[in-house]
Design a protein around this ligand. Structure first.
Ligand code: UDP
Length: 370
């Protein structure tokens, strides 16, 4: 009999399993995929750690979380500075003085502020949706060129039908600072995320290609408690109807050149380009392998966003009003499952960042294992 069956070998599951094992518990981790690490999974291609399920840049203000993950890997000094490509025009992200200079030719912060203040006059009252929130933050010019197309591609919905909070993730600065995150700690684990998760799971029994929901009765019988990190609606057999997710498809290419785009992340913010962004993975590690040698080739991934259908991998919960209401119904059911802890992006239907996932798993572990 296991003390804990952890369903899903992603970050949430791995952190919980690691803590439970440390506390002397007997733990089994299962995952339906053929690899550990969930969507933070990285795989070496041409020597480069490729983020197979999209770019993951670790960033946090939470010292406890930073120290925690630091036990499992050393981090490099990568700072995320994505670039926006709007019909061939290049802009700096997040929105800062470099962006304002390129957009309006201004050089002084007070002039940028004036421009934005003028443009945001069209919004009266509290912004009710992403479009209003965006215009209120940076004005209409930036909204039209750098936000509207990208957001509509990423979410498959009009900006005035999306919740305002999505855009609050992005900083707006009146300084010349291209650092995408307002985080005290930031970097990419040297050697890749798969190694981090594998270190977390060291000494714990893991079974891959094993689907919990297909054999739920059996799995429930072999453990005292379940940590479930899969989709919450799938757990309840979509009883109230499926929650919506966005899925992502990647087209990976190995190119026989050293440098394709000169940056790890380039966002294509116009509506016409079918992909949302292109990742050039080698720049997450400064183009060099662990011995300091330049990678001779490069690997790029074009990212296409699509609506999730049963059978696809879900990536982003669509936290609009209808889905949030639907989730509340599932949450009530989840709370009644006294033997199950629902965790992570899919288990809690939340647009969590990695550090939030770790913090949440640590809190659950502390509560559970005390
Ligand atoms: N966003 C945008 N333009 C960009 C980058 C982001 O409008 O060039 C908006 C978009 O609505 C997106 C949100 O900001 O959904 C959050 O972007 P982020 O890059 O944080 O998303 P993630 O990396 O989690 O996909």
């Amino acid at each position: 009999m296991y003390d804990y069956l952890v369903v899903g070998a992603g970050l949430y599951g791995a952190v919980f399993a690691c803590e439970a094992k440390k506390a002397g518990k007997k733990v089994l981790v299962i995952d339906k995929r053929e690899h550990i690490a969930g969507n933070v999974y990285t795989e070496k291609i041409e020597g480069i750690n490729v983020h197979k399920y999209g770019a993951h840049i670790f960033h946090t203000n939470n010292k406890k979380v930073w120290d925690y993950i630091g036990q499992f890997a050393e981090f490099n000094r990568f700072t995320n500075s994505p670039i926006a490509n709007y019909k061939g025009e290049i802009y700096s992200l997040p929105f800062n003085m470099f962006t304002f200079n390129k957009m309006w030719g201004i050089t002084a912060p007070k002039d940028a502020l004036k421009k934005i203040n003028n443009q945001k006059e069209e919004i009266t009252g509290t912004p009710k949706n992403l479009e209003e929130q965006a215009i209120n933050l940076v004005g209409r010019d930036i909204y039209e060129k750098l936000i509207k197309g990208y957001t509509e591609k990423q979410w498959g919905r009009a900006c005035n039908e999306l919740p305002a909070f999505i855009i609050k993730r992005l900083p707006v600065r009146f300084t010349f600072d291209n650092n995408y995150f307002n985080a005290l700690y930031q970097g990419i684990p040297i050697g890749g995320y798969t190694k981090v998760v594998s270190n977390m799971l060291e000494g714990t029994e893991v079974k891959l290609k094993t689907d919990y929901l297909e054999n739920k009765t059996y799995f429930d019988s072999i453990a005292r408690k379940i940590i479930y990190t899969g989709a919450v609606d799938a757990y309840f057999d979509y009883k109230f109807g499926p929650l919506m997710y966005r899925s992502v498809r990647f087209e990976n290419e190995i190119l026989n050149i050293q440098n394709f785009q000169g940056n790890a992340v380039v966002n294509y913010t116009d509506r016409e380009t079918p992909w949302t962004r292109i990742i050039e993975h080698k720049w997450f590690e400064f183009g060099k392998d662990e011995n300091g040698r330049d990678f001779p080739k490069t690997v790029i991934s074009r990212e296409y966003s699509s609506e999730w259908k049963i059978g696809n991998e879900p990536y982003y919960p669509v936290n609009d009003e209808a889905n949030s209401r639907l989730y509340e119904k599932y949450k009530k059911l989840a709370e009644q499952e006294s033997n199950v802890i629902f965790g992570g992006r899919l288990g809690e239907y939340r647009y969590y960042d990695m550090d939030e996932v770790i913090a949440s798993a640590l809190t659950a572990a502390e509560r559970e294992l005390k």
